[in-house]
Structures are given as structure tokens and as C-alpha cells.
Design a protein around this ligand. Sequence first.
Ligand SMILES: *Cc1c(COP(=O)(O)O)cnc(C)c1O
Length: 233
Amino acid sequence: MTRITAQLLAVRQRIAAAEARFARVPGSVQLLAVSKGQPLAAIRAACAAGQVRFGESYAQEALGKITALTDCAVEWHFIGPLQRNKTRSVATHFAWAHSLDRLALAERLNAQRPAELPALQVCIEVNISGEASKSGVMPAAVPALATAVAALPRLRLRGLMALPAPVSEFTAQLAAFQRLRALYDELRARGYALDTLSMGMSDDLEAAIAAGATLVRIGTAIFGERPAKAMPE
Ligand SMILES: *Cc1c(COP(=O)(O)O)cnc(C)c1O
């Protein structure tokens, strides 16, 4: 068994254990393998071990991988900061975008999504840590953005995503994730058909699952430390 296969198995076991411990339905938490900064061989190894969903943060780096990896059946998720000049790449090459935080970007993605592809699946990124984090919309602005995004025909609003400021205590991790969960429940109560709560990374996936995550984004625990910080674009 390769190192990546073993670590992938260990992460799947952590997810299953957290589902059991926090009374979640078995199999209700999806695993997104975050491959940013990792070489093609690492993605191929995870793919060979049955992993289908992969997350990338930098459009340019991702594009090289997506075009090279036609031998693996991968569902690509864009999870990095969305920039105006990168929306076409994201609209053309990804199945999902988790980091939508402005209507202008949603409109560009909607206009640029190729007609032959299904709608781009999107999550709104929410800033649940206040000042500490710069990305994401403030919670109070989420309903208006959700309404506008839900009206775009080439996007399908699936849920909310957050990248809270890193903290080490479980209770502090849980408190942040519960704020996103509360917002998600509020939107669903208002009639938005959301089914995705994208939260939790290598160091806090248990707290995220306790708070109701339906998808965790895991890089380091599967692939090890990223070789080098990806180049800014
Ligand atoms: C890098 C990254 C992750 C994965 O983080 P790890 O700590 O390596 O598991 C998850 N989500 C986003 C948005 C990221 O940029």
C-alpha cells in the first residue's frame, strides 16, 4: 500500500468515526481531497485508491493538472480565492466552485459556463471569523447574495463554505462551524434548497462533522505537507 493510500484510508476512518460519534448518518460526509501544491503522481495515487473529488485553489496550477490527468475520472472543485480574470478557467474546467463571494463573479461564471456542461455547482463562502479572515461575505449579506445566485440559470447554488481562522481547541472550532450551520439552517428554513455545508480541514474535521458538515476539504492529512507554497498568480 502506498503512503497516500494508507493516509486516505486513515482519513476515511476519521470521517466514519466522527459520523458515529456525533450521530451523523453513516456516509453522509463527503471527502474532497485538496491537491493544491501536490504533484500529478500524488493525485494519480489517490485516484487509484478510489478518490473521485479533488480540490484545487489556484486556477493556473489546476489547469495544468486537469489537462494532464485525462486518465483519471476526477470531479474538480475550485476552492481558492476567485479572481475576475480566472472565472473563465473555473467555469470551463470545474464541476464546483466553493468560494463564491461576490455577485459580479457569479454573473461572470454564469455567462462563461459552457452550454454543453451541466450548471456549475456553487457554494457561497461566508466570513464567520470576522476581521481575522479576509475572504467570504459577511453573514448578514448572505441571504441577498443567495437570492441573486439562485436566479442564475447556469449556476446551481448548493450551500455554504467557510474557512475559519485556525484555532486548536475543539470547542472553539465547533463554535465557528456552528455559526455557519445556523446560517445554513436559516436559509433552508426560508426555502433555499441547499444540501452542502463545506467546512472542516485536516486539523478540525471532527468539529466540522459535529456541527453538520456534509463535505470536508482535506489536504495535508492525505498527501502530507505541501511541497512548496503554490506560486501566486
Ligand atoms: C488548503 C485548503 C484546505 C486543506 O487544508 P489542509 O489543512 O491541508 O487539510 C481546505 N480548504 C481550503 C479552502 C484550502 O485552501
